[in-house]
Design a protein around this ligand. Structure first.
Ligand SMILES: Cc1ncc(C[n+]2csc(CCOP(=O)(O)OP(=O)(O)O)c2C)c(N)n1
Ligand SMILES: CC(=O)[C@@H](O)[C@H](O)COP(=O)(O)O
Ligand SMILES: [Mg+2]
Length: 639
């Protein structure tokens, strides 16, 4: 991929890698941060991506790399959507225009991409655990240096981060956690911890971190923790209580101005030379820092499309149809207006899941619990047990985090939680970490769980209605990222009969049994087959559980080949159909059977269409599979 050369920047041009930062003076490091920021804005204006979070850590990234010795020391970015400045300082500056594109740099840290990415991420709240793991490796004599976890105030709300803090505090090993507190998750941060951090940030406002760091430096190493406590107390008042981080065994330093290079350098250098146990540095930053359109936007340009640097105006795609997410949010809001028992839960994604639409009309019936998928699921289970009708709206990839809760707190207890599983299938630029590949498998194997997938946006509206009406046990419906196919929308979502599919077109030779949103690709394949004189039946299963066994029997009896298609991993819908057919004796009449699923490998970022092509699921592939199943594999070649 040809890359435009970055504009010449006097200091940045001198930095081929982090070691070069150590030849710069502190003043030059501050100036370098400004160059880095300018280039970051330019690059992301061309690529799109997670701009606001990356802008907020420019100074921190420079200071970290100037102080620690990566890759020997391990700098671990939580989520790592803020790692663009880190990429630019660690030998990837000239490839930044390929960010999030096919064949290009990942939008997250990735072990395979660079030795400076010691730990891959994209799901939140893993950094402290990973840093503790590296720390133990170091202490057991492996050639690895200090571990530094950089975690945001949103990501630290997750239970996993606290499990790691408890463990690290008790272990007492030298490691560093930097809490990057910008008071934002994707949406404004929520919850009691967020309130606590705001108080902590405000309490010591005006104190000089350089003073604190100087005091810190003067302390004897073994007295480090006690000294930091005394220093804080002398600033916050004699009786200032210890922060909860200190109670957990960390030395708490802060708050530090996360955009002041002198303060950051003084603090990090002191910690690097003096720390003898776990240290938490509380850095206050501004999401979108240094770019006025980002700083002033409510979303702080968390994730942006390409944009005009002068105005900040993003290139809006012109949708031909409403988005699945929008249809979900709107339909659920209408259902909630009719049924006061409907409530909804999101784990820090009110906009991403469309629940912001319902929250505008029914603010007290939508609960943003922060990045806490496990809690979200069990909280919904509790509400279901109380007689409410909870919709738990979580992306497929993040619901993985709450799986034991789905099993133990929902399915096992037969509670009617409605799972709205957005971002099912391949999602594009976020790549493999965000692919909704596994939910069909991990939901259909649960006794009593009803599992649906929407073929289009009208079907999604029907599935919302079906879920609202289904009080007998848990039910889930999945739908993809992006816009629908432009079908006419029903006025009210009609309630579907549980376990019944539908036939959309009838043919003689091959039957396609589709589960979910790959239907339009199948229809293109059907056209290609028709050009070759082959007629196909197209059925939409709607349900992977319970299966429409009558429909399957009918398709099996009247065709030479039956092909299942789903936007999910092996072990999902197709596997259930095969399992049923084997046990029902439907495989005994010479029927050719094929399952089209994602392959058994992770698919790298590209456009969703290119990712599906990579996965062997384009219309051409489907046509080829059908021809092969009919024994006509060599009849024609398709592209
Ligand atoms: C387990 C999980 N749930 C949800 C998300 C979606 N997500 C990505 S970034 C983000 C907000 C993170 O906030 P914070 O850590 O404060 O970083 P900031 O963007 O403010 O820099 C969320 C909710 C995720 N990546 N992982
Ligand atoms: C980093 C992260 O997990 C989110 O910001 C994610 O990229 C959002 O994805 P959508 O754009 O699909 O909502
Ligand atoms: Mg934040």
């Amino acid at each position: 991929m040809t890359q435009p050369s970055p504009a010449s920047r006097p200091l940045l041009d001198r930095v081929a890698g982090p070691a070069d930062l150590r030849a710069l003076s502190d003043a030059e490091l501050a100036a370098l941060a400004q160059e880095l920021r300018e280039e970051l804005i330019e690059v992301v204006s061309r690529t799109g991506g997670h701009l606001g979070s990356s802008l907020g850590v420019v100074e921190l990234t420079v200071a970290l790399h100037a102080t620690f010795r990566a890759p020997f020391d391990k700098i671990i970015w939580d989520v790592s959507h803020q790692s663009y400045p880190h990429k630019m300082l660690t030998g990837r500056r000239h490839r930044m225009d390929s960010l999030r594109r096919e064949g290009g740099l990942s939008g997250f840290t990735k072990r395979a991409e660079s030795e400076f990415d010691p730990f891959g991420a994209a799901h939140s709240s893993t950094s402290i655990s990973a840093a503790l793991g590296f720390t133990v490796g170091r202490d057991m004599g492996l050639p690895t240096g200090d571990a530094v976890a950089v975690i945001g105030d949103g990501s630290i709300t997750a239970g996993m981060a606290w499990e790691a803090l408890f463990n690290a505090g008790a272990e007492g090993r030298r490691m560093v956690v930097i809490l990057n507190d910008n008071e934002m998750s994707i949406a404004p941060n929520v919850g009691a911890l967020s309130r606590y951090l705001t108080r902590l940030g405000g309490a010591a406002q005006g104190m000089s971190l350089r003073e604190l760091a100087a005091g810190f430096e003067a302390a004897l190493p073994e007295a480090l923790r006690e000294h930091a406590r005394r220093t804080r107390q002398s600033i916050g008042g004699i009786h200032a209580p210890a922060t909860m981080f200190e109670d957990l065994g960390f030395t708490y330093l802060g708050p530090v101005d996360g955009h002041s290079m002198p303060d950051l350098l003084a603090t990090l250098r002191t910690v690097r030379s003096q720390a003898d146990g776990p240290v938490l540095i509380h850095a206050l930053t501004v999401k979108g820092k240094g770019y006025a359109p980002a700083e002033s936007a409510a979303c702080k340009y968390h994730g942006v499309a390409k944009f005009d640097v002068g105005t900040g105006a993003q290139q809006k795609s012109r949708p031909n149809a409403p988005s699945y997410t929008g249809v979900f949010g709107q339909t659920l809001t209408e259902a909630a207006a009719r049924d006061p028992r409907i409530v909804a839960v999101t784990a820090a994604m009110p906009g991403g899941t469309g629940l912001d639409i319902m929250a505008k009309r029914f603010p007290r019936r939508v609960f943003d619990v922060g990045i806490a998928e496990q809690h979200a699921v069990t909280f919904a289970a509790g509400m279901a047990a109380s007689g409410l009708k909870p919709f738990c709206a979580i992306y497929s990839t993040f619901l993985q985090r709450g799986y034991d809760q789905v099993v133990h707190d929902v399915a096992l207890q037969g509670l009617p939680v409605r799972f709205a599983i957005d971002r099912a299938g391949l999602v594009g630029a976020d790549g493999a970490t965000h692919a909704g590949a596994f939910d069909v498998g991990y939901m259909t194997n649960l006794p009593g769980m009803v599992v649906m997938a929407a073929a289009d946006e009208a079907e999604l509206a029907r599935m919302v209605a079906t879920a609202a009406a289904h009080d007998e046990g848990p039910i889930a419906f999945r739908y993809p990222r992006g816009e629908g196919v432009g079908v006419e929308m029903p006025e009210h979502g009609q309630v579907l009969e549980i376990g019944k599919g539908r036939v959309l077109a009838e043919g003689d030779q091959v039957a396609f049994l589709s589960f979910g949103a790959h239907l339009s690709e199948i229809q293109r394949a059907v056209e290609q087959l028709a050009e070759r004189g082959i007629t196909a039946t197209v059925a939409d299963a709607r349900f992977a559980k319970p299966l429409d066994t009558d429909l399957i029997a009918q398709l099996a009896r009247h065709h030479k080949a039956l092909i299942t298609v789903e936007q999910g991993a092996q072990g999902g819908f197709g596997a259930h159909v095969l399992h049923h057919m084997a046990n029902a004796g439907l495989l005994e009449h010479g029927l050719a059977l094929r399952t089209i699923t994602l392959p058994d490998r992770f698919i790298d970022q590209a456009s969703p269409a290119a990712m599906y092509a990579d996965a062997g699921m384009s219309a051409d592939h489907i046509t080829r599979v059908a021809l092969g199943a009919l024994g006509m594999g060599r009849m024609v070649s398709v592209a």
